[in-house]
Design a protein. Structure first.
Ligand code: ADP
Ligand code: MG
Length: 699
């Protein structure tokens, strides 16, 4: 069946076009003002919008509405209310009031607050975010909202993102004014997030308690064929996967998501979807939607979509490249090198702002992607290391070095590059996109932050990038606004910034051991795990930064740190309990059964007087028994330590214990189990193996 994309695209979205068509002019202008400039809506207008929105939603088949929000749990939350309202005489009317649109009361007590919400103030509220369009899905009208406590503190991932956009816009506009761009009214970061995922057959998933509870396998020997042949990357797409992708695209298009690229990824059963970039708040909401739809559409196809960062050891895990750039309402990409000296100067200013921001706040960028799942990926030579650095490509790095040292850039022309006076040599786009090992790469007209985990909400890395860059822009604007000679001052500033922060630039192989040594020499941070990174969240420098820009208060930062640490511990603790369960209920019985089989075979041969060297049974039994003993020892140790784990410990203590004790022991338990698996007969292994799972979608 063919799909008429222009016809279905955005058909389930209460978009600008729909609003323009359906709202009275006054109400439409008011909502545009709210979207563009944050002007609050009057009650009257909100009333009109709610009523028009309801009529539209009912036409699209909605019977319910929900405030859709992104609590700190990492997934989205929704509570559906029907439109019905008793009308007397046992009849109903369909109602959606201004209040229902704008503000929702919510019992916040079951969502993590990290101590922000005292128990006597368990209520929180959701507030409509008109900058992200409402939509209809599964018979409900979804209203994107921010989620706050009654004290106004952010309890979600969206609020700081929205706040960061305000400060970013303000500071970037100040800079553009200095370049004479008075006509620009709005500056907005843009984002395109490339989403990786695994697809496996539901039947194998249902037999793996670890996948069900933890989203990743806790046991499983390497398959005889993994990703070595590199035959999966960009390979022909199997028909079941293709049918899934087709339906996913169609559903996403209906919801106004610009799903663009789809292909097979490196690991068997791994795939990727990339949308066309859009403004960052919408991109962030749409990525959440994409992840949700991946799961629900997979289910319809008898498949399960795994979004965990490392579902399988021995093959690549999944990430999410966060492509970040800056756009103006006049359609200029501020990270695009221009053709005139002035454009180049402006480009260099924004570029250098990003470079200094990343260098100053390596800790925050690492924190923004810290999670139990992502720890298995970062630094494992399949994803960027935990060390943050920037890749600019040789040409651009060369230009910056020349600027810093005042040397001639172009040897042939013997000219010194003067910012604001001379034209930059052309920077070829292609050559800047080849280093796949860099965590933060400039790719022609955008930066690509490659450390983000596949399951993470991109609101967090993005509000952090927005804030740290806004802070640099503020510093630049403060200096340049008072300059007597703009170009001289700009030259001086850019030179000084390059000198100060060039240590963060690295265009070599980020996986190499030399880089680790070199990075250490340069004084760059190497925060290996979530537990190393998170405690730095509420350092004074960070509290001051976020408070200065009104993105997060000190107590909000503190609560976030606590929530993230607790979340980490909960995940590892559940993994430990699941590993113990699987070891007892599945692995021990199957190992014993296989040993019995070997013994029986051995005895039978002897009884029948078969002449044999006894080699095979004895050899296998010897090996397995030795491993089984170590396995059992390891299990007992894990079991004892799990019992020591105390939920009432402070969050950091819990997290440290989880990392250095529970995770370590789980790994050792797994090692023995995986070695035994490789020796055992297939019918004795009583759950699907890696081979079964990774190749479960056959056609
Ligand atoms: P790949 O990284 O696979 O080579 P690209 O780098 O071409 O692919 O694009 C990856 C993503 O970057 C896409 O989602 C694309 O929309 C996004 N992107 C392109 N330009 C911008 C921009 N100016 N701002 C943000 N994202 C962008
Ligand atoms: Mg990319």
């Amino acid at each position: 069946m063919s799909v008429n994309i222009p016809e279905i695209f955005g058909s389930m979205v209460f978009s600008d076009k729909v609003m323009k068509e359906r709202l009275p002019e006054g109400a439409y202008n008011a909502v545009r003002e709210a979207i563009d400039n944050g002007t609050p809506l009057s009650h009257e207008n909100a009333k009109i919008i709610a009523s028009v929105m309801k009529e539209w939603a009912i036409e699209k088949g909605a019977t319910h509405f929900t405030h859709w929000f992104q609590p700190m749990t990492g997934i989205t939350a929704e509570k559906h209310d029907s439109f019905i309202e008793p009308a007397g005489n046992g009849e109903v009317i369909m109602k959606f009031s201004e209040k229902s649109l704008v503000k929702g009361e919510s019992d916040a007590s079951s969502f993590p607050s990290g101590g922000l919400r005292a128990t006597f103030e368990a209520r929180g509220y959701t507030a409509w975010d008109p900058t992200s369009y409402a939509f209809v899905k599964d018979g409900s009208l979804y209203v994107p909202t921010a989620f706050c406590s009654y004290g106004g503190e952010a309890l979600d991932k969206k609020t700081p993102l929205l706040r960061s956009l305000e400060t970013f816009n303000r500071e970037a506009l100040r800079i553009l004014k200095l370049f004479g761009k008075e006509n620009v009214k709005k500056v907005m970061p843009t984002c395109g997030s490339e989403q990786e995922y695994f697809l496996i057959d539901k039947s194998v998933y249902e037999k793996r308690l670890d996948l069900i509870h933890c989203g990743r396998t806790l046991f499983g020997a390497r398959p005889s064929k993994g990703q070595e042949l590199e035959d999966h990357y960009y390979g022909a797409i199997k028909s079941r996967v293709s049918a899934f992708m087709k339906e996913l695209d169609t559903e996403l298009w209906k919801l106004g998501v610009y799903a663009k690229t789809k292909h097979n990824e490196v690991a068997p059963a791994q795939h990727e979807l990339a949308p066309v970039f859009t403004s960052i708040n919408i991109a962030s909401d749409q990525n959440q939607l994409t992840m949700e739809l991946m799961k629900s559409v997979a289910n319809k196809h008898g498949l399960v979509c795994l979004l965990h960062e490392k579902p399988f050891a021995s093959v690549n895990g999944s990430g999410k490249h966060d492509n970040w750039s800056i756009s103006t309402d006049t359609n200029e990409n501020l990270l695009d090198p221009g053709a005139t000296p002035s454009e180049n100067a402006q480009f260099l200013l924004f570029l250098v702002a990003v470079i200094s921001a990343v260098d100053k706040h390596q800790d925050l960028l690492r924190i923004s992607v810290a999670s139990a799942g992502n720890d298995h990926r970062l630094g494992a030579d399949e994803a960027p290391p935990a060390i943050i650095s920037i890749y600019l490509g040789e040409e651009l790095e060369g230009i910056l070095h020349a600027i810093e040292s005042g040397r001639e850039y172009n040897a042939k022309k013997k000219s010194e590059l003067k910012i604001g006076v001379s034209v930059l040599p052309p920077i070829p786009k292609d050559s800047t996109d080849r280093n796949r090992t860099s965590p933060f790469a400039f790719t022609g007209n955008k930066f690509e932050f490659r450390m983000v985990g596949s399951s993470l909400n991109i609101a967090c890395p993005n509000f952090i990038i927005n804030t740290i860059v806004a802070d640099e822009l503020k510093e630049f604007a403060d200096k340049l606004e008072n300059a007597t000679d703009f170009n001289t001052e700009l030259n001086k500033l850019i030179k000084a910034k390059i000198k100060e922060h060039k240590r963060i630039l690295f265009s070599g192989n980020n996986y190499s051991t030399e880089w680790k040594k070199e990075a250490k020499k340069r004084g760059l941070l190497n925060l290996q795990s979530t537990v190393d990174a998170l405690p730095l969240y509420n350092q004074t420098k960070n509290v001051e930064l976020f408070e200065k820009h009104k993105v997060l208060s000190g107590s909000e930062i503190h609560s976030r740190m606590e929530i993230l640490l607790e979340n980490y511990s909960n995940i590892v603790h559940i993994e430990a309990l699941t590993a113990i369960d699987i070891a007892r209920k599945h692995i021990i019985p199957s190992v014993l059964a296989y040993q019995t089989f070997l013994l029986k075979s051995h005895d039978l041969k002897e009884k029948c007087g078969v002449k044999f060297s006894r080699k095979m049974e004895e050899d296998l039994l010897g090996k397995i028994s030795e491993l089984a003993e170590k396995f059992y020892e390891s299990l007992q140790k894990l079991d004892l330590d799990e019992k020591k784990y105390n939920k009432t410990w402070p969050n950091l203590k819990k997290a440290k214990f989880c990392k250095s004790v529970l995770l370590k022991e789980m790994q050792s338990l797994r090692n023995y189990a995986d070695q035994m698996e490789l020796l055992m007969g297939k019918e004795y292994i009583n759950f699907p193996t890696y081979e079964d799972i990774l190749y479960s979608v056959k056609y």
